[in-house]
Design a binder for this molecule. Structure first.
Ligand SMILES: *Cc1c(COP(=O)(O)O)cnc(C)c1O
Length: 435
């Protein structure tokens, strides 16, 4: 029996071919998937809008907006890093493909480093090397979160928090639920709120400690409460500890060291503590005391193989880089602490600005008091005017889900921080309402 549709097509084809090719000419119609619009990074966009017009002052532009410690720079990277990569290059033995999760030697170096600094033991097969922590975050979402329309999912993020998380979640079908960090308690986490937000669809809880943008270093007690609430709700934790041990108020507590049940994915890398963000090198270490997160471990192996790991030059150099002595880190941290003191003292005597003394990381989050500075409708207006009049660039809080605040990066040499402090104070004195 002849196929009716084929016959029809045949007839149509014969009749319409010359006609069709003339009128229905194909046009270019390249359209990005909807996820692209949801993957916006507010930091880069805000930077572009604030710096669109040049400052009206002849003073040199000071950029304390971007969290890049190499911008001024704060200090040189560890000498071992430079020497070891040079040796790796000249050895000609770091030029090939390696295991997707990273070479065993490099992962063993991460395991040794995490044990030395955090006191936590991670077997090599629970470690995967990544192209920076950003890639580690994306990898975890790929392991845990469905794509659009493939089931319900939510992820708990801190507010104020680091915007890359929400940008990366844009390509997944997961709802973002923000829990608060509370200014009055030095930006400690609202643990009760986490408890309220968790449900059976919660894929993971993200804890950033020390915090970008708050500069907080959570107390051991509140970290313990976070672990128990995750235990109660049976939710694994992503512990973004890229600033681990960059603290001065009290000792840093690694979250994984407090958990004997909750799976913790600890993230760290070379970008902040080693002052090497451009090398794009990070890692995930899975702490799984009860062995309930086998799926995550298998996911790490599978997802690690998608891009064949970060640069083999850095992988080969890693044992030497990670053996950097404690004194080198102490010097860098002392510089950040000095910067924190300079900014804190200046802001304490500046009308209209309120802040907490930070305990770690590379940042200070400052509140703009609208009663004293009524001229600025919001943090973007404040930051734009500060750039216009004083040539100082800071990021408005909207970039961190913290409208009404701005973030100062403490990663420039002290004399630049003092200059910023002076300009910021005279700016606010000029604009403060007289009482
Ligand atoms: C800078 C930063 C990262 C990104 O690290 P990369 O290794 O450069 O990708 C991740 N998390 C937080 C909280 C950061 O501040």
């Amino acid at each position: 029996m002849p196929d009716i549709t084929l016959l029809h097509n045949d007839i149509n084809a014969r009749v319409n071919v010359p006609f069709k090719t003339k009128t229905v000419e194909r046009q270019w119609n390249i359209r990005a998937a909807p996820a692209v619009a949801r993957s916006r990074n507010p930091i880069r966009e805000t930077l572009a809008s604030i710096t669109a017009t040049a400052p009206s002052t002849s003073a040199s532009i000071i950029n304390l907006g971007l969290g890049d410690p190499t911008h001024y720079p704060l200090a040189s990277p560890p000498p071992a890093a430079i020497n070891a990569v040079r040796a790796a290059l000249e050895s000609e033995r770091a030029n090939g493909y390696v295991l997707g999760a990273g070479t065993v030697e490099a992962r063993q170096a991460v395991s040794d480093y995490q044990k030395r600094w955090d006191g936590v033991e991670y077997p090599v097969d629970r470690i995967v090397l990544t192209h920076g922590v950003g890639h580690a975050i994306d990898m975890i979402f790929n392991i845990l979160c469905p794509h659009d329309g493939q089931g319900r999912a939510n992820v708990l993020l801190p507010r104020p928090g680091f915007s890359q998380y929400s940008a990366l979640l844009g390509t997944f079908g997961a709802e973002i639920r923000y829990y608060d960090c509370i200014e009055e308690t030095d930006w400690e986490v609202d643990v009760d709120m986490i408890d309220e937000l968790c449900d059976e669809d919660t894929k993971c809880l993200v804890i950033i400690n020390p915090s970008n943008p708050c500069g907080s270093n959570y107390s051991r007690d509140s970290l313990k409460r976070i672990v128990s609430v995750a235990e109660k709700n049976k939710v694994p934790i992503v512990a973004d500890e890229i600033y681990h041990h960059m603290t001065w108020d009290k000792k840093f507590t690694p979250l994984a060291s407090l958990s004997d049940s909750v799976p913790i994915m600890t993230l760290s890398g070379l970008s902040k503590r080693f002052l090497l963000p451009g090398w794009r090198f990070g890692w995930i270490c899975l702490h799984d005391p009860l062995g309930v997160a086998g799926d995550i471990q298998r996911g790490m192996a599978a997802m690690g193989s998608r891009f064949m790991g970060p640069s083999t030059l850095t992988q080969r150099a890693l044992p030497e880089i990670l053996a950097t002595p404690g004194e080198w880190f102490d010097e860098v941290t002392a510089k950040i602490e000095t910067n924190a003191k300079i900014m804190y003292e200046a802001i304490s005597t500046t009308p209209g600005l309120v802040t907490n003394f930070p305990g770690g990381a590379l940042y200070m989050l400052v509140r703009i008091d609208p009663v004293v500075l009524p001229q600025f409708t919001d943090d973007v207006a404040f930051s734009t005017a500060l750039y216009q009049e004083e040539a100082v660039f800071v990021l408005p809080g909207v970039c961190f889900e913290a409208p009404g605040y701005f973030r100062v990066v403490l990663g420039a040499p002290a004399h630049i921080m003092s200059e910023v402090a002076e300009r910021m104070t005279s700016f606010c004195q000029r604009h403060a309402r007289r009482v």
